[in-house]
Design a protein around this ligand. Sequence first.
Ligand SMILES: Cc1cc2nc3c(=O)[nH]c(=O)nc-3n(C[C@H](O)[C@H](O)[C@H](O)COP(=O)(O)OP(=O)(O)OC[C@H]3O[C@@H](n4cnc5c(N)ncnc54)[C@H](O)[C@@H]3O)c2cc1C
Length: 289
Amino acid sequence: MDYFEPKTITEALSVLAKYGEHANVIAGGTDVMVDMKYKEEPGCLVNIKKIPGLDTIQENGASLQMGPLVTIRDIETSRLVRERLPLLWESCHQFASLQIRNTATIGGNICRASPSGETLAPLLALEAKAKLAFRDGEKTEAFISFFQGPGKTSLGSKGLLTEIEIPYPPKGSHGVYLKHAVRGAMDIAMVGVAVLITADAGNSSLQDVRIALGAVAPTPIRATKTEALLRGRSLTAALVKEAATLAASESSPITDQRSSAEYRGWIVEALTRRGLEQSWKAASGKEVV
Ligand SMILES: Cc1cc2nc3c(=O)[nH]c(=O)nc-3n(C[C@H](O)[C@H](O)[C@H](O)COP(=O)(O)OP(=O)(O)OC[C@H]3O[C@@H](n4cnc5c(N)ncnc54)[C@H](O)[C@@H]3O)c2cc1C
């Protein structure tokens, strides 16, 4: 196996172009090293950790720009993220053990494209974008189209994720990330639900609502029918129940070693209901009745 430590993005891209699908980028290595042990070794490893400038968190007007080498622990300990993007902060706080959080990067979590990846549902709800670099240029793409299937992204084997841009949610927004796993944060999510609501000026109805579901479809998804049902309405217990059932019907979970598909559907329903109730209470100070 060949091994490279490029010092620039251009250098990394030329190695990726040369080795094509036989190359594997490595960042924190918490997924790649496990794959190398239990699956197969790639023809070449491209360690991007020596490329400067990919590990910063910066505010840029009404959004936050994050390098792909920012670790999950960097996010968890960032006051800026905690104050401005609590939804993303919450998902990183519930991510694996401290040892893994210290090593795992947000770029690796995204590019792994596991439907259960902890940060993915929050990034969809926050309508974040990816900056991607290829040999023939750069492009910016919303994460909703970036994820194409388990382990598949629009990067293919020849591109690099170079930045994550996360717009701040509108004023009056409140969000929650709820994870269901057998061993809490120590386990990969069986279901993850991110809910972000924006209350109207009088705190009487939902001006906007975004719901993203993780681990219940081949990619993380937005529950768009549920969002449409709720937008502009006042939240009542009956509406929350209807929305939670609809969100479950928008998911298409599988049965695997972690859970049956049926159980995952029930959890989507329960977490959507809880997410709506909690974010409404945070936004308006009122319980849903
Ligand atoms: C014990 C354990 C517990 C875990 N618990 C969780 C959990 O609770 N929640 C969760 O979501 N995940 C969990 N994971 C999975 C893993 O830690 C995460 O997916 C992590 O964020 C991957 O980041 P990394 O930097 O280690 O990625 P790496 O392993 O280095 O890379 C992951 C993938 O992304 C690609 N890649 C990385 N960076 C880039 C880039 N900039 N451009 C293009 N491609 C890139 C690599 O080629 C590889 O395919 C766990 C893993 C372990 C071993």
